[in-house]
Design a binder for this molecule. Structure first.
Ligand code: PEP
Ligand code: MG
Length: 611
């Protein structure tokens, strides 16, 4: 419990982005659908019709499920209401009239649903009675809700002044679309540490706490709030003492960050016995590159290009070219690894991921979407090869699960290169091409994959999720998302061994690369370079300089003989807690405290750190 904080107004969640924030709450909720008339062009009609079809099918499924649940648990009389709703939903007045209006009046599906249901509701109000009219309103709500979800769920909020954004749930597209300079902090009911909103918050250096469960109920627009992104605490309506306490903590933290940034530019990330482990930055938007370099990054190890698409809808080839060029020029002569569009899971693109899939994380996503959309994919590859002239470009394909996928993507890259050359357009001479290792099949087939790429980068966020079958965004299973699970460590070791056998470099760009204790393991397992949130680089460089490569390797040997993530965590804590404590960073302290708290929660005490 944060010292000096009252219990009644304090909520505990998951710290997902470090830092302190004090500010007024701005509540962001599902788009309030006013359905103001929005006209569309003719080529948008199929998209709107598909949206409607999906939203309609979802609503129907939900109502049928609700009906059978109520009928089982309460009785068939009470389930009748849902039967009526199903009938209304299937009435041609809705199923035919909505698409008809979209086609003939060239309006959005949302507006068409509004017009049709509004008319029906008025009719029933006048001629049948209010109850029936409420049924129509209810159905309209359900349909509109799903239409908004299918179309990207939320509109980016317009933020007039600095605030702490509070929401039940947030999407990366919403965050990328808002004026992030005005966001002091983020507090959500849901979410996990490796969800993309959390990753984006970290890269924008906005303190964030997720999995607060009921913050969206407890905090109102305009309330004063303190957010502690180290401890995972939100305090609504804090006392003056609490405000003073956190103002002081914030000041100390900023001071230390400034000192670290100054010293980090000069420091090389080497172990005590001279092993150099380059530390690069993960960025979401190309313009973050120069700031990342100021924070000590030796290049960009992962640029998540899909964030460009969240922000600008579908950027043109020219817009992409300019954005990639900016990143490459500002990093030069350092490398920039640009990952091709990686959609799916919690990253839905408005114009691509229309499918209503039962399991989108393992569905039509990422490289699969790109290979199925050659026009879009080739446009991105063209922009990349053109931009490659301006720096040291590395292209990386995400979620590769088979050799066929890798070959398919490389073939398109070759085709694009040839056609650009035919057109007489200047392209980069040599571009390294790599694959992300995020799926167990890629690890198991690393010998084959490694022969056909210049480098690989392990995406531990997905690799952990798929190895352990634990949804990375689901706070209900957050305790099971264990980066130090013996199976995960074996996956990483297999990747390093096979990749090194083929003579290529292994990088890690998942969140494990940001974590001090994981760094010991990654280095000991043979990982050659690390790419992480820029805000972590300074502290992690300092930490690397306190360990030796030999020690990291020995630690890994000992850890691989253990049988559970808990035992491995304890060994790491025992061996490194004192050194971490001596470095004194706020995030280090928070990490150690979290470890001790977790032990206390189990009724145990943390192991005694070695001297
Ligand atoms: C990963 O999966 O570890 C990764 C870096 O990619 P993303 O987090 O964008 O899925
Ligand atoms: Mg991934």
């Amino acid at each position: 419990m944060a010292e000096g904080a009252r219990q009644d107004n304090l909520l505990r969640g998951l710290p997902v982005s470090m830092g302190y924030a004090v500010g007024r709450v701005r509540f962001v909720h599902r788009k309030s659908w006013s359905a103001t008339e929005r006209t569309i062009t003719e080529d948008r009609v199929p998209y709107e019709l598909a949206l409607f079809e999906k939203a309609h099918a979802r609503s129907l499924r939900e109502l049928e499920m609700l009906g059978s649940q109520i009928s089982r648990n309460v009785g068939s009389r009470d389930a009748r209401i849902f039967k009526t709703h199903v009938q209304i939903l299937q009435d041609p007045k809705i199923t035919e009239e909505v698409p008809n209006l979209v086609r003939t009046k060239l309006i959005t599906a949302e507006r068409a649903v509004y017009e049709v249901t509004h008319e029906l509701s008025l009719f029933f109000e006048r001629h049948v009675g209010g109850d029936k009219a409420r049924d129509i309103d209810d159905i309209a709500d359900r349909l509109m809700g799903h239409l908004n979800e299918e179309a990207g769920a939320l509109d980016a909020p317009v933020l007039d002044e600095p605030c702490i954004v509070v929401a039940h749930t947030l999407t990366p597209s919403l965050l990328a679309g808002a004026d992030t300079g005005k966001i002091l902090g983020i507090a959500t009911d849901t979410g996990g540490a490796t969800s993309h909103v959390a990753i984006l918050a970290r890269s924008l250096q906005i303190p964030a706490v997720a999995a607060l469960n009921r913050i969206s109920l407890d905090a109102k627009d305009g309330d004063l709030m303190i957010l502690d992104g180290f401890e995972g605490v939100a305090i609504v309506d804090p006392t003056e003492e609490e405000q003073a306490l956190y103002a002081e903590r914030g000041r100390r933290h900023r001071e230390r960050q400034r000192d670290l940034a100054k010293q980090s530019g000069a420091e090389r990330p080497v172990t005590l016995d001279g092993k150099y482990i380059p530390m690069l930055a993960n960025v979401e938007l190309p313009e973050e590159t120069s700031r990342a370099l100021e924070q000590g990054a030796e290049g960009v190890g992962l640029l998540r290009s899909e964030f460009l698409f969240f922000r600008a809808g579908a950027p043109t080839e020219e817009e992409q070219f300019q954005a990639y060029r900016e990143a490459l020029e500002s990093a030069y002569p350092r490398p920039v690894t640009i990952r091709t569009v990686d959609t799916g899971g919690d990253k839905l693109l408005k114009n691509l991921s229309l499918s209503d899939e039962p399991n989108p994380v393992m569905g039509w996503r990422s490289i699969r979407v790109c290979l199925d959309n050659p026009a879009m994919f080739k446009e991105q590859l063209r922009a990349l090869l053109r931009a490659g002239v301006y720096g040291r470009l590395k292209i990386m394909f995400p979620m590769v699960a088979s050799l066929d996928e890798l070959r398919g993507a490389k073939k398109m890259l070759d085709e694009v290169r040839l056609s650009l050359e035919d057109e007489g357009v200047r392209v980069a001479d040599s571009v390294e091409v790599g694959a992300m290792v995020e799926v167990p099949s890629a690890v198991l087939q690393m010998e084959d994959l490694a022969r056909e790429v210049d480098f690989v980068s392990i995406g531990t966020n997905d690799l952990i999720q798929f190895t352990l079958a634990v949804d990375r965004s689901n706070e209900k299973v957050k305790e099971l998302f264990q980066p130090h699970h013996p199976a995960v460590l074996r996956m990483i070791r297999m990747t390093c061994n096979a990749a090194h056998e083929a003579g290529i470099v292994v990088s890690v760009c998942g969140e494990m690369a940001s974590d001090v204790l994981s760094i010991v393991l990654l280095v000991g397992l043979g990982v050659d370079e690390l790419s992480m949130s820029p805000s972590r680089i300074a502290e992690n460089k300092s930490f690397l300089r306190t360990i030796s490569y030999a020690e990291a390797r020995e630690t890994v040997t000992e850890c691989l003989a253990l049988r559970s993530a808990r035992e491995i965590d304890e060994l790491l804590y025992r061996r490194f807690a004192k050194r971490i404590e001596a470095l004194g960073g706020t995030s280090y302290q928070a990490k150690l405290r979290k470890f001790r708290d977790a032990a206390a929660l189990r009724g145990e005490s943390a192991p005694e750190p070695e001297a």
